[in-house]
Design a protein around this ligand. Structure first.
Ligand code: TRP
Length: 478
């Protein structure tokens, strides 16, 4: 994704791998299970799947089409008309905030990966804490900061050094390997006593939620945020991807395959973590630490010994690579945006300097996320609810103020992305209703399902986004 020199994808496969690689990441493995665990299993899963079909896939096609039509990245909206440039701006703030907590999590993944690596050669890698390491790590400020910095350095070196091509080739092998290790772990966990409860939590039909509108809207809001995050829609990324896509390629095919694979990985991650929680007595609803807390028990208490250490290392190594392929895309969008502007003004672009500045800013913004112990209380940095003078039992304690990570999430997934999606669907549904169809037909493929897409753009997406935004705003007033 080199925005300073306009190019095209060598092959459809390369395009698919790059977009799947950027879509699949911590969102699928870390975000999906914890949000499902926090809001109630089956109901979340169903709403999520419906949202992917009615909103995510449709928006992704719209973004690919916008990018290919205008040949621009986040500047695509401005290229259509100056009036729309604000939509593009919103798309830049989100990757920035996301990267700042993404890097904290990526750093934790790296810490676990190294912990298992040294355990293989017989050195204790988890500060003597074993499967309780997570609560220790949360309060270890020096480790949290060190690994946040390390993760940002890895991301920055790749973006600056132009070795992204190599990483992307590597990531073609990583995604399938990650799929295989997920399946091995799913099978292992399925054989543990008590695991069945996890499947029930996820798959046993339970429609009770749908009878209480307040709860239903809340799950809808969380699932919609997760859908934006995981598919990387409503933040300009797919516009950039589309702008490099050859006119001969089918947009619709790509906009179907990417969400399909992304969703498959999320569901697999759920099928690994929910039963693991059931079998090893981890609370489904514990929030952003769920992946780490549950898998640590699987590797150390469930498998144990060398097998546990080797599997733990492999798992976190693959998750780390999946996270890096996403974080380089995030840093790249931020960098490319400024570089494009410098080029437009006829200046010599300062690529390295720009990515260094962004990396430092992201690190700084990530500090509260790294030091608030995910809102567990009594940490070096107070969580938003503590600053508001609330306790975890107060009526105002909510998902947007329970820790800095969820706070950043609220600004991006809860507000900026639904707003961006709302404007975009109005643009593509009402103002320029033929844009997507015409762009798709450029390649000679007939546009399938015009009525469906048009109905989603015109009615479904705007209505869902208004409900989501309304629910989000309401949650501020307890
Ligand atoms: N979708 C990525 C994941 O699931 C995270 C992400 C969000 C992302 N926005 C992005 C990745 C933009 C690349 C570019 O982990």
């Amino acid at each position: 994704m080199e925005t300073s020199k306009r190019g095209q994808w060598g092959s459809s496969f390369g395009f698919l791998m790059a977009s799947i690689g950027s879509a699949i990441g911590l969102g699928n493995l870390w975000g999906f299970p914890y949000k499902m665990g926090k809001t109630g299993g089956f109901a979340f899963l169903i709403i999520y799947l419906i949202l992917v079909a009615l909103v995510g896939m449709v928006l992704m096609l719209g973004e690919f089409a916008l990018g290919r039509k205008t040949g621009k990245g986040a500047g695509a909206y401005t290229a259509l008309s100056k009036k729309y440039s604000f939509i593009g701006w919103m798309a830049v703030i989100s990757p920035f905030l996301i990267l700042s907590f993404y890097a904290v999590l990526g750093g934790m993944v790296l810490r676990y990966c190294l912990g298992f690596l040294v355990q293989i050669i017989g050195i204790d890698g988890f500060a003597g804490q074993g499967s309780d390491f997570f609560s220790w790590l949360l309060y270890s400020d020096s480790s949290m900061l060190l690994f946040l910095a390390l993760f940002m350095v890895c991301t920055m070196v790749i973006v600056m050094g132009g070795i992204k091509g190599g990483i992307e080739k590597f990531s073609k092998a990583v995604m399938p390997a990650l799929g295989v290790i997920l399946i091995i772990l799913i099978v292992f966990i399925a054989m543990q006593p008590g695991a069945i409860e996890g499947y029930k939590f996820m798959f046993k039909p339970d429609f009770s939620l749908f009878s209480t509108p307040g709860d239903f809207f809340n799950v809808l809001k969380v699932a919609s945020g997760q859908m934006f995050f995981s598919l990387s829609v409503a933040m300009g990324i797919n516009i950039t991807f589309g702008s490099y896509l050859d006119k001969k390629k089918s947009l619709q095919k790509n906009a179907t395959i990417v969400p399909l694979f992304d969703t498959l990985f999320a569901v697999l991650a759920g099928m690994m973590i929910m039963p693991a929680c059931a079998a090893f007595g981890v609370d489904y609803g514990q929030g952003p630490g769920l992946l780490f807390a549950s898998m640590q028990k699987v590797f150390l208490d469930g498998m144990g010994g060398t097998a546990g250490n080797v599997m733990g290392f492999l798992f976190y190594f693959l998750v780390f690579i999946a996270a890096v392929t996403s974080s380089i895309a995030l840093l790249e969008v931020l960098t490319a945006n400024v570089v494009d502007r410098q080029l437009d003004k006829g200046k010599e672009p300062k690529r390295k300097k720009v990515s260094l500045i962004f990396a430092i800013l992201v690190f700084a913004i990530g500090i509260p996320v790294a030091l608030d112990a995910l809102g567990s209380g009594g940490a070096t940095v107070k969580a938003p609810y503590e600053l508001l003078g609330l306790t975890t039992d107060s009526p105002g304690f909510a998902m947007w103020n329970d820790c800095w990570l969820d706070f950043y999430d609220m600004i991006t997934e809860g507000i900026l992305m639904p707003l961006g999606a709302l404007f975009m669907s109005i643009l593509l549904g009402w103002i320029l209703p033929k844009l997507v169809k015409n762009e798709c037909e450029e390649s000679g493929h007939p546009f399938k399902g015009y009525k469906y897409f048009n109905f989603c753009f015109r009615i479904i997406i705007p209505v869902v986004m208004v409900i989501v935004l309304w629910t989000q705003i309401q949650s501020f007033f307890f």
